[in-house]
Design a protein around this ligand. Structure first.
Ligand SMILES: [Zn+2]
Ligand SMILES: [Zn+2]
Length: 339
């Protein structure tokens, strides 16, 4: 995961008590500073700001082990406890709200992703098993693959081609004392090769929108393999997979947020019941979930890596210009994006 940390400096004269008071009233800042607010050599206060969430924090927290949410990247404030997953990741409570915790719970979302592909005339005929796994199982499966894969520093999903045994999460864990999860039930799952793709694996415990975008990405790897595409450069392959993940997120967050649905339904006539059931099928988004979806889109758009970042930006431009089908046809023939 790439952090784009924007340096943001505030210059406060220590004599201006009012301004200092304003700063301390900023909730996030208040949580992070303890006692003395650190000053630089010029006697100025310097803080960092997250480029999307605008969460402000003292730069020292990048080195002092202050946990970040593994999904939204926000730092754990002093007065809130994040959930500790058993592989060491931390999850904020707002992300936990829509987190998908086991393989069974993820099936409806997997069907939605399959529908999404079908809606793009890219139906995947083969039944590819999809399993939710812990970080360790994901890394082991990655090593069990013969062909080179391209990866982000933190792998969150995989599309497998080899026959392997994968440890999958059978039943969702329970949140125990100290905001740790307990009673996670896992089971070995033997993958057999029915086609070019043996399984899609996704890291457990991530919010629905992130899980869905990972699934949409991995499904595209599977689609390319099943449709007999030649092996592609990392930039083209990861790029087009990110384009699909981004498209899915965009489609999801265009569904009205829960607050919009509530305000419009109060004035709606009984005849509009069919449209409300259509929106409930997709699930009503909370305002935070919508914001989170925007964040995952922002992460894809601003990724600085050449495979995922540049690949997405070039691929997205091609799709905007020529459409998805023509872009894919061009990739199949030339191995590159149409310019
Ligand atoms: Zn979070
Ligand atoms: Zn990929």
């Amino acid at each position: 995961m790439v952090f784009l940390l924007v340096w943001s400096s505030v210059f406060l004269s220590t004599k201006l008590a009012d301004q200092l008071f304003d700063l301390l009233n900023w909730p996030e800042v208040l949580y992070f500073f303890e006692g003395q607010i650190p000053k630089n050599s010029a006697g100025r206060i310097k803080y960092k700001e997250h480029p999307f969430w605008s969460q402000k924090y003292c730069p020292s927290h990048e080195r002092d082990g202050t946990p970040r949410c593994c999904s939204c990247e926000r730092m754990e404030p002093r007065d809130t406890r994040y959930l500790l997953l058993d592989d060491g990741r931390k999850l904020c409570l707002e992300c936990l709200d829509s987190a998908i915790m086991d393989t069974h719970e993820c099936q409806p979302l997997y069907l939605e992703i399959q529908d999404f592909y079908e809606g793009l005339y890219m139906k995947v005929e083969q039944q590819i098993p999809m399993l939710l796994v812990e970080r360790q199982a994901l890394n082991e499966a990655m090593e069990g693959e013969k062909n080179g894969h391209h990866h982000l520093p933190e792998t969150r999903g995989l599309c497998l081609s080899e026959e392997q045994t994968v440890t999958t999460i059978l039943r969702r864990p329970v949140i125990g004392a100290g905001h740790r999860i307990i009673n996670m039930i896992t089971e070995p799952y033997r993958l057999t090769r029915q086609c070019e793709v043996t399984a899609i694996l996704v890291l457990y415990g991530l919010p629905r929108l992130l899980t869905g975008s990972i699934l949409a990405h991995e499904m595209m790897h599977g689609w390319l393999r099943l449709k007999g595409y030649p092996s592609l450069s990392p930039e083209v392959e990861e790029g087009i997979c990110q384009v699909l993940a981004h498209m899915w997120l965009e489609a999801e967050i265009s569904v009205p947020a829960a607050s919009d649905v509530a305000s419009s339904s109060s004035s709606s006539s009984p005849s509009s019941s069919s449209s409300s059931s259509a929106s409930s099928k997709k699930g009503k988004r909370s305002d935070f979930e919508k914001k989170l979806g925007e964040f995952f889109k922002h992460q894809i758009e601003s990724d600085t890596s050449s495979a995922y970042g540049d690949g997405f930006r070039i691929g997205n431009q091609a799709v905007v210009k020529y459409g998805l089908k023509r872009t894919l046809d061009h990739i199949r023939m030339t191995g590159s994006f149409p310019l």
